[in-house]
Structures are given as C-alpha cells and as structure tokens.
Ligand binder design. Structure first.
Ligand code: NAD
Length: 476
C-alpha cells in the first residue's frame, strides 16, 4: 500500500483484518488505510504486553538506555519521513512538523539518560539492627491514549519514560493521526526494541478497544492526553482496576501583556503561541489580556504580523498556517467567532473561513466574559484580545476558569514576575516566553487540565513504584 506522500508502503501490518481510512485534511483525500483493531485484538495486545513485561522489567537500565538512544537516533534519521507523515495526516505545516519531530526525539534522548538515574534511597532507623532502603520499580504494562494534534511528541513523551522505567506500553493513537505512531513503533523494532515492549493499536473504535484494557488488571497504568471530557471518562473507567493515572487535558491559556512589556516581542510571541499548528495546541493562548494603555500599539504590531502569515498547503516549506484537522474543528472556530461578534466583539484581521478546512488567522478585539471563546478551547487560529486596567483584576480574570495548564506574562518588572508566577493557578508559566515546552521540564496542568507531569525527571516518576525494604539484622 502506498501513501500519497510516497515514502511509506505496507502500513497495514495485519492484512485480513478490517481497516479504516486516514484522511489528509489539506486535500480531503484518503491517505492510507490502517487496521481497525477490535476488542479481540486488544486482548492479544494486553497478553503480549504482559508477557514482554516479565523480561523487560529485568533488563538493566543501561541496556534500556542504549535502546532508547538508538530510537532517538533513528527518529533523527527519519525526520523527513516522520515530518511528512505528521503534515499529511493532520495538516501541520512541514517546517513545524520537523520541529515536532525534534521535540519528540528529545524525549527519547532525555529518558535514555534518565533510565540510568533511577536511584533508591537509604535512610536511618531508630533501631540499631534495622537497615532501611527503597527500590524504584516499574509500575507494569501501560495503556497510553493520545490526541491527533502532536502525532509524534504526545507518544514519545509517554513511551520514552515508560520504557526507560522498565514498563511495557500499548499506545492507542487518535484515529485522525495514527500513521506517525505506526512509524515510531516500527523504528523501535528496527533498532532492536523487544517484541511486545512498545505496541501501537490502531483503531476507529476507541471506546471498545479501551474497555478491554480498563477491565484488565494486568494493565497497571493509564496515561492519557486529550480533551478534559474524555479524560474524566477514562479516569472513571480506570477506577475499576485501580490503575495509576496521569491525565494531560485541555487548556485555556491567558496571555497577559503589562504596560511595560516589549511590545514588538510580545506581539511576535503571541503569533508563535497562538498561531502555531493553526491554534490547535493545548497550550495555545485562548485569552490575550492587554493593558489598556498599550492596546493601540500592541494591536498594530500584532495585526502587521498576523496579516503576513502565509496560509496554504502544509507540505510547502513556506506555509505557516495549515487547515483545521476536520469539519468538527472548523465548525467550532466559526461558531466561536460568530458568537463573539454577535455579543459585541469586532474583527481586526481575518474572521472568514476559506475553502476546504482553512480559516483565516484572526484577531478579535473587545472580547468579554460571557462569550464562548472565553470559556471553551477554540483550537483554531483566532486571537481574542481583552483590555485590563490593573494587576489584581487581571490575575482574578486569568484564574477564573476550570482549566490550569499554561499561562504567559509579559513584563519587565521583577516584582510583577514573582507575584504572577506565584498567583496564577497554572502548571506552566511563560515569563516573556510564549513557547516554554522542552523535554527536560515538567509539563502538565492543574484543576481540569490534568493530573501528573510529563517531561524531565518528573515524567518518569509516573511510571515507577517506590518499594520500601526493611532489613532486620540479628541483634548483637
Ligand atoms: P479527544 O479527547 O477527543 O481524543 C483523545 C484520544 O482519546 C483519542 O485517541 C481518541 O480516540 C480517544 N478517545 C475518545 N473517546 C474515547 C473513549 N470513549 N474511550 C477511549 N478513548 C477515547 O482529544 P483530541 O481531539 O484528540 O485532542 C485535542 C484535545 O487534547 C484538546 O482538548 C487539547 O487541549 C488536548 N491536549 C492536551 C495536551 C496536554 O498535554 N495537556 C496536549 C495535546 C492536546
């Protein structure tokens, strides 16, 4: 089977089973067909994961580290193939897709190192004859469910620490973008990853397939990235077999520009933060609070940059804005803009849908509470601007949401930096930085944005149990 982007063949690795189509959102054409696994298949994946865990857990950290390092290098060698797959299956502009591959590979590199640093502790006893220490051990086979918007990075951010810790992993990628996941699994096997340690289950029936893993008490952990609504549902499902759970969920990021900010830089970073991936990232700002005294120059600077953004075919090197992922995503963007305008917002730039799944990069001003865009993730290229007058007011407004993933602050005042860092109820704070994510840092949210952290040394904790060992020596 050949894909329209030409590099891949034989993606359907289970001939004879039913298949489902993956569509290129830029062309509307079917890209490839992949196996549509069902509950029976899922049970086989669970058996295989459990079996592989019995030996993988006993491999040395150094052996796991070497394999992860080779996986990292394989991803770098495959950057063209991976970037083309990402771009073709979900519409990310190709240069950005290459950036995602580097970010994704960075987790394999980082956890190749972390694998060797899973140290236990010794600690004191009040009894002369006792020796106390802890062991760090893998939690067991992991079930990972991932979203479509980062088809590579959302997988490696889970799989690399899980494998480094000695867990085996089954990944169920989003049905919109499973091709990259299949490639990542293939790369792992190519570099010597043992059978059953990392498996990708492609399926167009997520609930049916997931139910098997939720019911199976051998699967010890759920790690999920996606919407809050689905995350809550899967959290409840996981309770039946009391799995460890980490959830990376939706966001509604405030971006606060104080009067003393560097306006050009702030405008530049709003563009990066809001319009990358056509606004389809969980840490994209969804509310831009601008101090009233700098509203005019900020809007000027921002408009100039947004008008210049190049919308088009994501496969072309100079494209900056690709299509929305699907009709549902596009409709939500259209509805948010219409709702805001009907309630008093005005369009500064853009505002129109284009042919296919494209929407113009848009700036809305005079946005106010009560508009849908202020409460729901838009997941599209629309920047809503809200004026503010003082610090307490803007902190209260920024925190007035169920979400708590990322927040951004623009100021040159050191005191404001510290006050805002402490008072914003968000897991990630960018100070004069609109794109803070990096593999060695903790990524994750508070409140309805999730439970747990991915990345850095925090990310591997999610896949480890701490075992306490008390050794009683003979009394002498
Ligand atoms: P989604 O919740 O619709 O789907 C995510 C995954 O869940 C997919 O694999 C899907 O097949 C699966 N799924 C859906 N219903 C299911 C069910 N009933 N049982 C089992 N699995 C089910 O999210 P999406 O549209 O793919 O992604 C966008 C969302 O992800 C946004 O809300 C975004 O903010 C969030 N996200 C969060 C982060 C983060 O790190 N916090 C990162 C990226 C995306």
């Amino acid at each position: 089977m050949t894909t329209s982007f030409g590099l891949l063949t034989d993606l359907n690795e289970h001939p004879g089973l039913p298949t489902f189509g993956v569509t290129n959102p830029a062309t509307g054409k079917e890209l490839v067909r992949l196996t549509d696994h069902d509950a029976q298949s899922a049970a086989r994946f669970a058996d295989s994961s459990f079996k592989a865990f019995q030996s993988w857990r006993h491999t040395t950290a150094f052996a796991r580290s070497q394999l992860l390092r080779r996986w990292f290098e394989r991803m770098l060698a495959g950057i063209d193939e991976l970037a083309q797959a990402i771009s073709a299956e979900m519409g990310k502009p190709i240069q950005e897709a290459r950036g995602e591959v580097m970010y994704a590979a960075g987790f394999a590199e980082w956890y190749a190192e972390e694998a060797k640093r899973l140290n236990g502790e010794t600690f004191a006893s009040q009894h002369r004859h006792k020796r106390l220490h802890t062991l760090r051990q893998p939690v067991g086979p992991v079930y990972a469910v991932t979203p479509w918007n980062f088809p590579a990075a959302m997988i490696t951010r889970k799989v690399a620490p899980a494998l480094a810790a000695g867990c085996t992993v089954i990944v169920k990628p989003a049905e919109q973008s499973p091709v990259t996941a299949v490639l990542l699994e293939r790369y792992w096997r190519e570099v010597g990853g043992p059978e059953g340690t990392f498996q990708v289950i492609t399926s167009n029936r997520p609930a049916q397939v997931s139910a098997v893993f939720f019911a199976d008490s051998r699967i010890r952990k759920l790690t999920f990235t996606g919407s809050t609504e689905v995350g809550v549902h899967l959290y409840q499902q996981s309770a039946k077999t009391l799995k460890r759970v980490s959830l990376e969920l939706g966001g509604h990021a405030p971006f606060i520009v104080f009067a003393d900010a560097d306006i050009q830089r702030a405008a530049e970073e709003i563009v990066q933060c809001k319009f990358r991936n056509a606004g389809q990232t969980c840490v994209c700002t969804n509310r831009i609070y601008v101090h009233r005294s700098i509203m005019a120059p900020l809007l000027d600077a921002l408009s100039t940059k947004v008008v210049a953004l190049k919308l088009g075919d994501p496969a072309l090197a100079d494209t900056q804005i690709g299509p929305l992922v699907d009709r549902h995503g596009l409709n939500k963007v259209v509805e948010h803009v219409e709702d805001a305008v009907s309630k008093g917002a005005s369009i500064v730039v853009g505002g129109q849908r284009q042919s296919g799944l494209y929407f113009q990069p848009t700036i809305l001003r005079d946005v106010a509470p009560g508009m849908r865009i202020m409460e729901e993730e838009t997941f599209g290229p629309v920047a809503p601007i809200i004026p503010f007058d003082d610090e307490d007011e803007v902190i209260a407004a920024a925190n007035d949401t169920p979400f708590g993933l990322a927040a951004y602050v623009w100021t040159r005042d050191l005191e404001t930096v510290h006050r805002l860092s402490e008072q914003l109820d968000y897991g990630i704070i960018g100070i004069n930085d609109g794109t803070p994510s990096t593999p060695q840092a903790p990524f994750g949210g508070m409140k309805a944005s999730g439970i747990g952290r991915e990345g850095g040394h925090w990310g591997i904790e999610e896949y480890l149990d701490t075992k306490f060992v008390s050794v009683g020596l003979a009394q002498r």
